[in-house]
Design a protein around this ligand. Structure first.
Ligand code: GLU
Length: 428
């Protein structure tokens, strides 16, 4: 199986088809839900600082909006493909459904590397995206948010362009905005915290004391950083973090066997989640190969970067000590690895449950924007924790009762909710 090229869209459809079989989903609903309901492909011409014009390709894919306005991030990545955006839009539908928020699923991507673009170029790219998509997105139709390599400043430029075009104030047209400009307190931490709320509940179910555990982390972007912070605060020990080095164009794993100081590591990373090698060495980190994060002798693996990282090839390196995998990233595990995880009896918190904290807080952001009244951070985090733990326990309970794998149990709940909405609307 080594060297296999995985297509996230095919993976998402395999996962869906397996569960559709298990729950005997009728043929029409199956056809409707195993593919996106609409998609947009567009070009964005951007005036570069050197006076030339560069044309970027972008996609926005809506998988399903039967339960509410489509919702999902917009990512900037040089290797983006329409198939990964299709997969991610499907996972957004299941994500919103499993935590039971009234939103559908969408995702967007622009093929670019913001690490090599000036702030002015990034701003023009964001505004260009809105000029292309203004007619097809909006607070009651499709609501973008940050994702890989996009941030609150990008969201604000997009909101500003949208409001300039439409001539009104529509802060609910996008989420993940800066606090004070329609953003919600807690949104920055939400995805990472959500990952750890589900991990904490999983450890309780497994009778494992979190303070006796150690973890290895892939990624050090926003999700990973806040997951690491909360896990450390709860007494866990992060021994390794793997992240991309844009200068060397390769990933490294930073390891400290007696535990990394997450605050100190956060101080030496850039805004895209790359850690400074020299400074890390000065902090006493060993610098290993990027792929070594998965081979560490730890209890918990936290893949919080990109898709297709846990494959049968990389899985072969996993220590026998690993008891839990929490998928902070979207689609980090390939379907052919699920069987191996089951065989090894590793407890899996699947991606669209594990990382649903971000979109849940985005939903709170929209609610606050609609009321034009903003909650204190404690209130946001309390509501987030409640949503995440409730969703986790519903999935865990179903998995226990029906003897299901956690990923399948999460799918059963999510697909049933979306299928029900489709049926009630009379689409099927
Ligand atoms: N990009 C995040 C995700 O994949 C958040 C989406 C949102 O807030 O709409 O879940």
């Amino acid at each position: 199986m080594g060297g296999e090229i995985y297509n996230p869209y095919v993976n998402a459809q395999i996962q869906f088809d397996n569960v559709a079989d298990q729950i005997n989903l009728d043929q029409s609903t199956r056809e409707l839900l195993r593919q996106p309901s609409r998609e947009y492909h567009f070009t964005i011409p951007v005036k570069m600082d050197d006076g030339t014009t560069k044309v970027f390709n972008g996609y926005r894919v809506v998988h399903n909006d039967a339960r509410g306005p489509a919702k999902g991030g917009l990512r900037f990545h040089p290797q983006e493909t329409v198939d990964s955006i299709r997969a991610l839009s499907m996972w957004m539908t299941w994500k919103c459904a499993v935590v039971d928020i009234p939103l559908g699923g969408a995702k967007g991507g622009i093929v670019c590397d913001p690490r090599n673009l000036s702030m002015g170029e990034q701003e023009r790219l964001c505004r260009g995206f809105i000029r292309q998509m203004a007619k097809n997105i909006g607070p009651v139709s499709d609501v973008p948010a940050p994702d890989v390599m996009t941030n609150k400043q990008h969201m604000l430029w997009m909101m500003d362009e949208y409001e300039t075009i439409t001539g009104g104030h529509y802060p609910g047209m996008i989420t993940g905005k800066p606090v004070g400009m329609g953003g919600s307190l807690g949104r920055t931490e939400a995805t990472g915290y959500g990952v750890i709320y589900t991990l904490r509940e999983a450890l309780k179910e497994l009778n494992i004391d979190i303070t006796s555990t150690s973890a290895s982390l892939q990624g050090f972007g926003n999700v990973a950083e806040h997951a690491a912070r909360l896990y450390s605060k709860l007494g866990g020990k992060i021994v390794a973090i793997s992240c991309w080095d844009n200068h060397d164009k390769k990933a490294y794993t930073f390891r400290k066997l007696d535990g990394l100081d997450i605050e100190a590591m956060a101080q030496i990373k850039d805004s895209f989640g790359s850690i400074d090698k020299q400074k890390a060495a000065a902090l006493g980190c060993e610098i290993l190969d990027g792929g070594d994060w998965i081979a560490q002798d730890v209890d918990i693996l936290l893949p919080c970067a990109l898709e297709n990282q846990i494959t049968p090839v990389t899985f072969a390196k996993i220590s026998d000590r690993v008891k839990v995998i929490c998928e902070g990233a979207n689609g980090p595990t390939t379907p052919d690895c699920d069987e191996l995880i089951k065989e090894k009896n590793i407890y899996l918190v699947p991606d669209f449950l594990c990382n649903a904290g971000g979109v849940t807080c985005s939903y709170f952001e929209q609610v606050q924007c609609n009321m034009n009244y903003f909650w204190p951070k404690e209130e946001v985090l309390e509501k987030l924790e409640h949503k995440m733990t409730t969703a986790f326990h519903a999935v865990h309970k179903l998995a226990q009762e029906e003897g299901l794998y956690m990923r399948d149990a999460a799918y059963v709940i999510a697909i049933n909710r979306v299928a029900e909405a489709v049926k009630l609307r009379g689409w099927i």
